[in-house]
Design a protein around this ligand. Sequence first.
Ligand code: SF4
Length: 316
Amino acid sequence: KNNLVEINNLKKFFKVGKNAILKAVDNVNLFIEEGETLGLVGESGCGKTTLGRTIVRLYEPTQGEVLFEGKNVHKLTGAELKNFNRKAQMIFQDPYASLNPRMTVGDIIGEGIDIHGLYSGKDRTERIYELLRTVGLNKEHANRFPHEFSGGQRQRIGIARALAVEPKFIVCDEPISALDVSIQAQIINLLMDLQQKMKLTYLFIAHDLSVVRYVSDRVAVMYLGIVVELTKSEELYKNPLHPYTQALLSAIPVPDPEIERSKKRILLEGDVPSPINPPRGCRFAKRCRFAKPICKENDPEFKEVSSGHFVACHLY
Ligand code: SF4
């Protein structure tokens, strides 16, 4: 399989006040294969959204590079840039805030079609109707405004808008976190269906492992700006190596009450430390049950401990 996206030594820092630096993304290396879903998981503030936004050029990196189809996305210009802006789309967490309240749904979906000159006149209208059907809405919805829709429907509109420009890659930034539990599965199933039909590649961002498990081929776990573990989805659930991943997994309820009762829950103590001037050594050391003196001194290397299974921890 080809790598559609490659992220090399990516850093994104923000200046805070006079001389503090917030290291939102601190030296991340990842690749996303064509057609796969890479899950990206971590608590809020771990840098996952910043990473997603940097990939689609909403942010400039502080250091490092993002390659899309082999080209550095932050160096693209002209037709190549336009092409990238079409092929890489984003779906946002809050579908209401991301839809212009003064535009009709038809115009929201049609905007990208116009920018990229994909269809005009009757074909454009037909295309908008088709997109509405694709996401489970209908053509009567085209003349209405975002506030007339429920959260789940608004997320469908956000998805139709992303699909309108025929993308290859979509960053799904917590697309269901703001939705009612009863609606979440519908949106997940829609995204999975669309992936199959349209051969899409996803970066699927979420704050816990319960959803990511069902949608991802591989999962990357982030903690304080760093990817601490990366492997195939089944492998991560069967054999989590990083103490942080183990704690995250132990917090997910299991449907089988027998297993749920016997399961040991690993409580994470304390809050996530601030990403502003983060501690030296392993960033998880303050909350880790296995922390050794070396953990507070040296950054653990992100290494491959078995085929395709990477972890950043001094235990391995
Ligand atoms: Fe825990 Fe040390 Fe591994 Fe960090 S490097 S997760 S502190 S054992």
